[in-house]
Design a protein around this ligand. Structure first.
Ligand code: FES
Length: 105
């Protein structure tokens, strides 16, 4: 799927990633700014925090309790907050709009 990232300043980057790739890993590999991912995808740092736009947000599997707990530690949690290391890419996510939080820039 193709994924579009927008930073808090409005800069956009688009990447193509294979299905079953992890959103955080695809972003880091493609040099997307605004995703730190300090823990390397262990769901233990909350610095891969992103905001997912509708209708893609609703396509994602419900978050696990651990992701929910880590997001409580993230800055500026919103209703559409997710941890990008917990999102596996599927064809249904093609065109997904992702926003990166100010705190990770
Ligand atoms: Fe650390 Fe996602 S990379 S919580």
């Amino acid at each position: 799927p193709t994924i579009h990232f927008t930073s808090f300043t409005g800069q956009t980057q688009s990447i193509d990633a294979p299905e079953n790739d992890v959103l955080m890993q695809a972003a880091v590999r493609n040099g997307v700014t605004g995703i730190d991912a300090d823990c390397g995808g262990q769901c233990a740092c909350a610095t891969c925090h992103v905001y997912i736009d509708s209708p893609w947000l609703e396509q994602l599997p419900a978050m696990e309790a651990h992701e929910d707990q880590m997001l409580e530690l993230a800055n500026e949690r919103r209703a559409n907050s997710r941890l990008s290391c917990q999102i596996k890419l599927t064809a249904a996510l093609d065109g997904m709009q992702v926003h990166t939080p100010e705190g990770q820039h």
